[in-house]
Design a protein around this ligand. Sequence first.
Ligand SMILES: [Zn+2]
Length: 442
Amino acid sequence: MERVDLILTDIDFVLTMDENFTEYKNTSIAIKDGKIVDIGEDVKNRYFGKTIVCKGKIAIPGLINTHTHAAMTLLRGYGSDNPLKVWLEEYIWPVEGQFVSYEFVKDGTQIAVYEMLRNGVTTFVDMYFYENAVADVLNKLGIRGVLSTGILDFPTPGAKTPDEGIAKTEEFIKEHKGSEYIYPAIGPHAPYTCSPETLKKAMDVAEKYDVLYHIHISETEFEVQTVKEKYGETPVKHLEKIGVLNSRVLAAHMVHPTDEEIELLAKKGVKVAHCPESNLKLASGIAPVPKMIEAGVIVGIGTDGTASNDDLDVIGEISTAAKLHKGYWKDPTVLNAKQALAMATREGAKAVRLENKIGTVEKGKKADIVLIDANQPHLNPLFDPYTQIVYSSKGLDVDTVIINGDIKVLNKEVLVIEKDYVLDIAKKWKEKIEALNKATQR
Ligand SMILES: [Zn+2]
């Protein structure tokens, strides 16, 4: 018998989400030093250590949210149902202009992290300001984040110029490169808010330090039109022309690529973070995801910030995606349950270039594992676990969350951050934001 740190026994189903969609029934998983060391029926007989009995549970890889702005959780539901311009100019930007700070980002991130953990998210990709605050929260709680500060051509809360933003990102990368939980990235905001010069300088840094290039591309028709007028090309072609389209790029949204651009994305190895609920709520449109996957583009799932979603439930997001594209293409075979769940796991890991570490439940991978409580009436009878997760379950059916071998959620209770503490933070900021609102209306 070999001692390990944690054993998950008697799991009803393990959906490994590997390339062959290998699954195990009534099996056990052994975890040591943050990694999965063994999977199989006889694991129980060969290892000993702290044990969780997982009868009635489905194990899947920790979910990966490939695009969000965690701190914007403080603006959840604020100014909803307005035209985009009104929403941004009268609601979002005034609050951000007044309040965005280390404290704002730290507080907003803690609410977001509570929600993401409760919904089974073990890694998220963030772009906002004061990412050092996000890194501090994640390092303390032991949650993975691919973190980038938004770089724009106009002054931001953290940088007066894009060059300052790039320099600060370089410092951030040096500080966190090689960390267990923080994967630093560079985040030029979008092709219509960054000049070609800024975009190229950001790519130089991405290449120098071998990090992800996280950017919004082709989110709205307005963006496509603006880039066309300014540079004579649609966004993807514009980026190719200036030499920043390659496999480091994680493109959030990608709602309006042309067929030619989809081919280009596949050829260059660009990854996409599909954010269907945000695109629907902000009326941006419907991304041609089945076409992109067909062309060979890696597509992960993202919630975007809660100001435009309005939740961080990745299971809900893949459910929306699977149904949205069936309806749009009038074809029920499009984006099946396995593919949808892969977007939130294996493909999400590829999208952030971490497929060697996370995204599947396999020997040697990091022990980022989520257990779903399938022993509930709304998930039964259970003919197919993939179908049940994507179409019947909600994020709140997540029972246990393990990151790097450590238990973060158990019996549907978040262990690493207190619910009342999170609710107090939310209340504090609601009052501050409402007071600002009243002051500006006067
Ligand atoms: Zn975004």
